[in-house]
Design a protein around this ligand. Structure first.
Ligand code: PEP
Ligand code: MG
Length: 591
């Protein structure tokens, strides 16, 4: 039966594919396709993993038999029997084989997929005792996965299927291995998303998250349709259901009829044609109709992204979120050499164009690791985040600063500091930069000149511009956090997403004043929050005097098209009207 689920639109376009429900992050496993010739080897890997666990349980049973009732209560023996039984369960084994043979999933992926299928059956059971056996099932699957870890797949991975997503136009709802897949999860951390970046999925859906949560931002950077905040989606959709993601409307359609499929197939093709048309603007300079030059820069997460930035015609990197180098590493942070190589790669990858490297901004919805999710603090977004975290760990901060300074010997580097609010923090940051230079001097290590910038993303900073402009060469407005902190709306919380409003007069006032003050003092200013890549806001920002926009590479051409259609001198008075309006959104619509 067809039904739809409404969430938040975070990444445009339409994806049509079969649902892949990912299990809880504690069972995060690699997802890739194997070659057909390797199916047997992959099944053998699972079998060996299972056999190892069966053996382990037999050993435990022998031990239990020699113990007295005090050391080993009767329940323990019964539990081991249950685990053995589950390991031999036909539904589990048959399902795993099915996913490997029919879909060419790697062994771990097949196992966790089938776990989801069987677990759902347990959930539906009337008998409470049987329902509770789901936890046992999860335990044994975890044990098999652990046992398999020793025997990593010897198998080469397949070309990501997302590369073939266009093949879905003539969907026949068949079961070939070439079916596009969409990933559905309750939650995905930014680190999880990074893992999926090179992956096989044609779209994403999560139950939680806001429009500018970092998970949504990474989805957008991958330029694949995504919906977040879809509430109970991961419970309503079943493994392998057909789903349509409408990333423009924020709607998920489950089990669509053939009429709906045809309609969305058409919409998908239209979107692709439109993107194709935009490619014609690739080499056109971004200049308004009245001759104002506009700088369009890219936001990147990893050094390799420099390639897509150049391909999209970016004139530099306006924001390299360096924290993505620090995530998902089980607490082992990258050392100076590793960071230096990463920054150098990004700098060299941009062939002389400027690269703005932001110092690490972890915390809040960007935990270093899933296991280190910040539940311990009451308000992580207001806690030890970004520069606060860096200043609290001088050795880590100095390591990063040295690496960035060294990379500056290979091209134009702009160092950007997130989340500053206090004069004291500014002084400490500058002192650390001096110290990092002195350390490199002492060791005789080469480094290059940098321009120094600050993010304006806390209202206190936007209201202390003179202080900031005294110390920094440029400012970059982080509207994602500026909105969050001005309106007291958690950007990652879908339950208040309707109040997260870039057009709130207070937000616009802070953005407008920052732009105006920088221009008055002849300092560079850009916007690197999601507002910069939103074509509905391009004209307003141009009217407010902004001439530098930094966004995901995928959005650059669409924003360029808006710039080319704009007359900056006419937009200026209009933008002032919008700024002074009680309801700016309405004022924009009326103009
Ligand atoms: C912002 O806050 O607007 C920004 C660009 O930084 P981040 O999204 O990484 O917090
Ligand atoms: Mg921010």
């Amino acid at each position: 039966m067809t039904f739809s689920i409404h969430g938040l639109a975070v990444s445009r376009g339409v994806a049509i594919g079969r649902a892949v429900l990912v299990a809880s992050s504690r069972m995060d496993v690699a997802h890739y396709f194997i070659e057909a010739k390797d199916v047997d080897a992959e099944i053998t890997r699972v079998r060996k993993g299972r056999d190892a666990v069966v053996e382990e349980i037999h050993r435990l049973q022998d031990n239990v038999a020699t113990m007295g009732p005090k050391e080993a209560p009767q329940e323990l023996a019964a539990l081991l029997d249950v685990h053995l039984m589950l390991l031999q369960d036909e539904e589990l084994i048959g399902g795993v084989k099915h996913w490997i043979t029919e879909r060419l999933y790697n062994a771990e992926w097949a196992l966790t997929t089938q776990l989801e299928v069987v677990a759902r059956h347990f959930d539906e059971m009337e008998d409470a005792y049987l329902r509770e056996r789901k936890a046992d099932l999860e335990q044994i699957v975890e044990r098999v996965l652990r046992a398999m870890k020793g025997a990593a797949s010897p198998i080469t991975t397949h070309v990501p299927r997302s590369a073939r997503k266009h093949a879905q136009q003539d969907l026949l709802l068949d079961d070939t291995v070439d079916v596009p897949l969409v990933l559905i999860a309750h939650d995905l951390s930014p680190a999880d998303m990074l893992q999926f970046k090179q992956s096989v999925f044609a779209g994403f859906i999560t139950d939680v998250g806001g429009k500018t949560s970092h998970t949504a931002i990474v989805a957008r950077s991958m330029d694949i349709p995504a919906v977040v905040g879809a509430r109970t989606c991961s419970q309503l959709v079943r493994q392998d259901d057909w789903v349509i993601i409408d990333g423009d409307a924020g709607v998920v359609i489950v089990d669509p009829s053939s009429i709906i499929l045809a309609e969305y197939g058409f919409k998908q093709r239209q979107g692709e044609l439109e993107r194709g048309r935009l490619q014609r603007l690739l080499h056109t300079p971004a200049v308004t109709m009245d001759g104002e030059k506009v700088q369009l820069l890219a936001n990147i997460e990893m050094p390799e992204d420099a390639q897509s930035a150049l391909k999209a015609g970016a004139l530099g990197v306006g924001l390299f979120r360096s924290e993505f180098l620090f995530m998902g590493r089980q607490g082992k942070l990258p050392d100076e050499e590793e960071q230096f190589q990463a920054y150098k790669k990004a700098v060299e990858g941009m062939h002389g164009l400027p690269v703005t490297i932001r110092t690490v901004d972890v915390g809040a919805d960007k935990p270093l690791d899933d296991t280190l999710r910040d539940d311990a603090h009451l308000n992580p977004a207001l806690g030890l985040r970004a520069i606060r975290w860096s200043l609290a760990d001088p050795a880590m901060f100095l390591t990063q600063l040295r690496a960035i300074l060294r990379a500056a010997a290979f091209g134009q580097v702009r160092l950007l500091v997130p989340m500053l609010a206090h004069a004291r923090e500014i002084r400490q940051t500058l002192a650390h930069i001096d110290q990092a230079r002195a350390m490199l001097d002492n060791k005789g290590v080469a480094y290059g000149p940098i321009k120094l910038g600050a993010m304006i993303e806390i209202p206190a900073a936007a209201l202390s511009l003179k202080l900031f402009l005294k110390h920094f060469d440029f400012l970059s407005i982080g509207t994602n956090d500026l909105i969050q902190y001005t309106l007291a709306i958690d950007r990652a919380d879908e339950s208040v997403a309707h109040l997260y409003d870039p057009l709130h007069p207070a937000v616009l006032r802070l953005v407008a004043d920052t732009i105006a003050e920088c221009r008055a003092q002849g300092k560079d200013v850009s916007v690197c929050g999601e507002m910069a890549g939103d074509i509905a806001l391009t004209k307003l920002l141009l009217g407010l005097g902004l001439r530098s926009f930094s966004m995901h590479p995928a959005q650059i051409l669409a924003v360029k098209q808006e710039v080319l259609r704009s007359d900056a001198s006419r937009l200026k008075p209009w933008a002032q009207q919008v700024l002074d309006a009680e309801d700016p959104a309405q004022a924009m619509a009326l103009a």
